[in-house]
Design a protein around this ligand. Structure first.
Ligand code: ZN
Length: 372
């Protein structure tokens, strides 16, 4: 009896004491707070009346060999400022996690669809046709039903995808091969109109030879993450401002707009502050981003200009004109900022050619622009 009474008393004493200790936590300890879920707004110019839609058309979830749920892909895409994405699960030999349903290839899309609609971003139904090389891995976008693509003969798979109106592109042509090569089967697919684009950039690498194929054969240039992990774990956003993406020059921000633009080859690859694409689009991108104001200060020897970069893509220019001696050798135009540039007062030169270091047209050639 005595023992029970002591225990009861002890409880009366000990419990309020513990409570009091909690309240004595020093004030300077900051209690955690949930991170605000915000979207990074990426400012890009309009080109010829086309919007530049920010897209990632290659990624995975637990429904193939990724490690995240499909809805997380939507949250990431929205926060990273994307307009459109496709979760492209492998069709063949799905190494999905144990306990996850296999067989219904549309399931991943269906889970993610509502989240995408809620956030106003475009979710494109797509899948990855995953074969050994050749033909390698190819993504089909804008599919109506992925299940009929689950069959043995890959030519039948491509035919089915094509008949569903799919846009088909070759993924990471240089991944896992000793030599990057355009095989006979790629030619067959290309001749039939079943190969519409190539991923010139994938995850962390780009393939110069693939850029040549895109240019020679007039295919669509693609840059995608192929993320399997959480995007923020794959890419270090302390050292890069944006995840890799395909910029699509689209008439409208709709699935049909995207589809039309992809088949019409209107894309720019964007990765690690580098733009890659047709000279025409890169040139227009540059000039639509840059505003050069008339000189605001002039001396007998110099004029001072204010150059503003309105876009979120920085530019690094190197003078290509050897004649234009007194013009700056290098001009850096940071994203969303202005710089002052000093040029000769009267040089008799009306335009000076600069090479844009981070705008690639071919593996050997950068974009050239005329300034001043
Ligand atoms: Zn993939």
């Amino acid at each position: 009896m005595k023992t029970i009474a002591s225990v009861a008393l002890a409880c009366v004493f000990v419990l309020p004491q513990l409570h009091a200790q909690e309240n004595r936590l020093p004030k300077e300890i900051i209690v955690g707070k949930e991170r605000a879920k915000t979207r990074k707004e990426i400012h890009l110019p309009e080109i010829d009346g086309y919007q530049l839609l920010k897209c990632d058309f290659h990624m995975h979830s637990v429904f193939s060999d990724g490690i995240v749920w499909p809805t997380l892909r939507i949250h990431e895409a929205w926060e990273d400022g994307l307009d459109a994405l496709s979760i492209t699960e492998h069709i063949e030999g799905q190494p999905a996690r144990q306990g996850i349903e296999k067989g219904n290839h549309n399931f991943s899309f269906e889970i993610a669809r509502r989240e995408a609609a809620l956030r106003g971003i475009l979710l494109i139904r797509g899948a990855e046709i995953t074969r050994s090389m050749p033909p390698g891995h190819l993504n089909a976008l804008f599919l109506k039903d992925i299940n009929p693509l689950d069959q043995k003969d890959y030519m039948k798979v491509f035919e089915e995808a094509h008949n569903q109106g799919a846009f088909i592109f070759w993924n990471h042509p240089g991944w896992g091969v000793k030599e990057i090569k355009w095989h006979a089967v790629h030619d067959t697919l290309y001749q039939k109109g079943w190969l519409n684009g190539i991923e010139v950039y994938n995850e962390f690498e780009w393939y110069p030879l693939a850029l040549n194929w895109v240019n020679e054969k007039n295919l669509t240039l693609m840059a995608n993450s192929d993320v399997h992990d959480v995007t923020e774990r794959l890419y270090d956003f302390r050292t890069m401002s944006m995840r890799p993406m395909t910029l699509v020059l689209s008439r409208e921000r709709t699935e049909e707009g995207l589809r039309e633009a992809l088949f019409a080859r209107r894309t720019i690859a964007y990765f690690y502050n580098t733009l890659m694409g047709k000279e025409e689009w890169l040139e227009k991108f540059f000039h639509a981003s840059i505003e050069i104001r008339p000189p605001h200060y002039t001396t007998s020897s110099h004029r001072v200009l204010h150059i503003r970069n309105k876009s979120d893509v920085p530019f690094l220019l190197h003078k290509a004109d050897t004649e234009a001696e007194r013009y700056p050798a290098k001009i850096e135009l940071p994203a969303g900022q202005s710089v002052l540039v000093m040029i000769p007062a009267e040089s008799g030169i009306h335009s000076v050619a600069y090479e844009v270091e981070n705008a690639i047209v071919t593996p050997e050639r950068k974009l050239r622009v005329k300034l001043f």
